[in-house]
Design a protein around this ligand. Structure first.
Ligand SMILES: C[S@@+](CC[C@H](N)C(=O)[O-])C[C@H]1O[C@@H](n2cnc3c(N)ncnc32)[C@H](O)[C@@H]1O
Length: 172
């Protein structure tokens, strides 16, 4: 299934009034045919997702060391040590009702100083998602101004998940 098809399928179902639990259950429903887990060139890779079935499928790929069933949000994920990862990535996870703006401190906590946080946000979500509209980009800039992270690169060419104002690479 193409990325575009996957997005079309769940975007139709995501609503701003959904609870985190409802969102996790929705992705549980998608896990069986969500089959593009990718070859990566890193020697140690963990996966975090609140949908257990997504993790069950991920486990079959024999890529991930730890499979952590948790939300990335304002709450501390106890399984993950502080300053642990060289890099964290999130693709297609900044969407209506998914990773909230207040997750950034936890994302920063688990990345080593000098590490990377890489994520993509479709422009339509920056413009329309209740959580991000008018907040996400100003927050990213504010945190950079405060020295919390450096925005070290921004634009990826074009396409659904890589608008010039969307994705960023951050150095903590
Ligand atoms: C569209 S899928 C993207 C999966 C994968 N990153 C990819 O690109 O193929 C979005 C995933 O985000 C997960 N998710 C939802 N809310 C989340 C949160 N607060 N923290 C972490 N993951 C979350 C969902 O369960 C789902 O598996």
């Amino acid at each position: 299934m193409s990325q575009r098809h996957k997005e079309a399928r769940f975007n139709a179902k995501l609503r701003p009034d959904m609870t985190p639990q409802q969102i996790a259950e929705m992705f549980d429903d998608f896990a069986d045919d969500y089959d593009e887990l990718k070859e990566v060139g890193f020697s140690y890779v963990d996966a975090l997702d609140p949908a257990q079935k997504m993790l069950d499928v991920a486990k079959t790929r024999n890529v991930y060391r730890r499979l952590i069933c948790a939300f990335m949000d304002k709450n501390r994920v106890e399984e993950i040590e502080t300053d642990f990862y060289d890099c964290i990535t999130a693709t297609a996870a900044f969407n209506e009702g998914l990773v909230p703006c207040n997750a950034f401190p936890q994302m920063i906590r688990i990345v080593k100083p000098g590490g990377r946080i890489v994520f993509t946000v479709p422009q339509r979500n920056i413009d329309n998602a209740v959580e991000y509209r008018g907040r996400l980009l100003p927050l990213i800039d504010k945190m950079a101004a405060e020295g919390v992270w450096d925005v070290t690169a921004v634009p990826l060419a074009d396409g659904e998940l890589s608008h010039a104002l969307g994705p960023g690479f951050f150095t903590v």
